[in-house]
Design a protein around this ligand. Structure first.
Ligand code: IPE
Ligand code: IPE
Ligand code: MG
Length: 248
């Protein structure tokens, strides 16, 4: 049995309420080893489990992982299929999180996903809805721009029906229509810290609305190699930042 990971957070460390992770570098991890990309995704899925648990143990309240973007459909069909197979398999396994009091929700346009995957997503959400140690948001077929378009369409419908006046549209009204507001009975707060491994320094369409005042942490480590201690390093770096939100 693996030894229990000791928390390295110094006392007084400010733990972000909401962390987002762009789980990147699976393909390069596999390539370095001469393995197919899908093996990299399988390893990345293991890292996802370990890091999600660790986030909960460190006191993070919302943890969002970017699993598949609206742009990832551009990949070869066999890679997309391998990823969808992995999601389905993992949906059975993420039920373990339920035992750890973790609520699981999905963000993104799920209408484009396989019906069986959609069914499993709904069932995991329903079965975990009362858990409150941490909310895990899994972004599948998620795009920040798509999310804003989806919200704007909902507002446009309300205006057309006459239940909303254009003059009453403000940031909070729009925010209430984002995918992050569709989680049962709750709205996920803005993301405080975005972690991107693998050396890339970009958002790739992740939470573009919710990250307006996020802090960023980049590391060259590839996602399958990302360790609980790397999460701690990111949180410690965050804790040292001075967030001003436009004030002084
Ligand atoms: C991230 O790893 C996983 C997904 C985008 C689904 P990549 O597959 O992007 O890995 P690299 O960037 O090619 O190394
Ligand atoms: C972002 O990674 C999407 C996910 C991690 C799910 P990509 O690998 O798709 O991003 P780009 O193409 O390098 O920007
Ligand atoms: Mg990538």
């Amino acid at each position: 049995m693996a030894a229990k990971e000791k928390s390295l957070l110094p006392s007084g460390t400010i733990v972000p309420t909401h962390i987002g992770v762009i789980m990147d570098g699976n393909g390069r991890w596999a390539k370095k080893r001469g393995l197919p990309r899908k093996i990299g995704h399988r390893e990345g899925a293991q890292t996802f489990r370990t890091i999600t648990r660790h986030a909960k143990n460190l006191g993070v309240k919302y943890f969002t992982v970017y699993a598949f973007s609206t742009e990832n459909w551009k990949r070869p069909a066999d890679e997309v299929e391998a990823l969808m197979d992995l999601f389905e398999k993992y949906l059975d396994e993420v039920r373990d999180f339920i035992e750890e009091n973790i609520r699981i929700c999905f963000i993104g346009d799920r209408t484009m996903l396989r019906p069986e995957l959609q069914r499993k997503m709904k069932s995991v959400e329903e079965d975990s809805r009362d858990f409150d140690a941490m909310t895990l948001l899994i972004a599948i077929n998620y795009g920040g721009r798509d999310e804003i378009v989806h919200a704007v369409k909902k507002l446009a419908k309300r205006v057309k029906e006459g239940s909303l006046s254009p003059d009453d549209i403000n940031e909070s009204v729009l925010e209430n229509e984002l995918y992050t507001a569709e989680i049962d009975g709750d709205i996920a707060p803005d993301v405080d810290l975005i972690i991107r491994p693998s050396g890339e320094q970009r958002l790739s369409n992740f939470m573009i609305w919710q990250s307006a005042y996020a802090e960023y942490y980049f590391t060259n480590i590839l996602w399958p190699d990302f360790k609980p201690s790397d999460l701690e390093k990111a949180i410690i770096a965050y804790s040292d930042r001075n967030r001003r939100f436009g004030g002084v």
